[in-house]
Design a protein around this ligand. Structure first.
Ligand code: HEM
Length: 133
């Protein structure tokens, strides 16, 4: 995880989060992209879900670190695994594509470098979640 990516990612999250609609827009895009996803969130309060997601984005980027926060990632992975929410590994790629799409709509400085930073920052966490399915 390189310093430049961390900076690009953090600054971009902050610009996006200046709009309260950012994560709600992500959920709108994500639910519209697959019937399986829409069904999974049938009984979910998406407002609440959007605020949980922001915190978990920071959890995701701890996947390659040594920090205690890896414990939170373990918990999140277990929650999404076959035994609990049963989120199939391929749905994570859709998740990332829709998230990057929402970032593109909300970050006024969005460009190919920022997109690559988001993808590189979240990839290890996503691979970890998939590996715990
Ligand atoms: C790596 C990407 C993801 C992150 C960071 C993430 C984050 C979260 C968080 C923080 C929660 C709340 C956990 C709790 O209440 O204990 C949650 C719940 C949930 N997630 Fe994810 N998630 C991810 C990927 C996905 C994917 C790909 C799906 C596919 C449909 C999904 C479906 C759900 C569902 C159905 C819930 C439960 C909602 C409810 O309580 O009604 N998540 N997720």
């Amino acid at each position: 995880m390189d310093e430049r990516d961390i900076e690009l990612f953090n600054d971009s999250i902050e610009r996006c989060s200046a709009s309260p609609e950012f994560l709600r827009r992500f959920y709108t895009l994500f639910l519209a992209s697959s019937d399986t996803v829409a069904k999974k969130f049938e009984h979910t309060d998406l407002r609440k879900q959007a605020s949980l997601l922001k915190a978990s984005l920071y959890i995701m980027i701890t996947a390659s670190g040594e920090s205690d926060r890896v414990v939170h990632l373990e918990r999140l992975a277990k929650r999404h695994s076959r035994a609990e929410l049963d989120i199939k590994p391929e749905l994570y790629d859709l998740w990332l594509d829709r998230l990057v799409q929402a970032v593109g709509e909300f970050d006024p400085m969005f460009d190919a470098e920022i997109e690559a930073a988001w993808r590189r920052m979240l990839r290890p966490g996503i691979d970890f979640m998939k590996s715990r399915y």
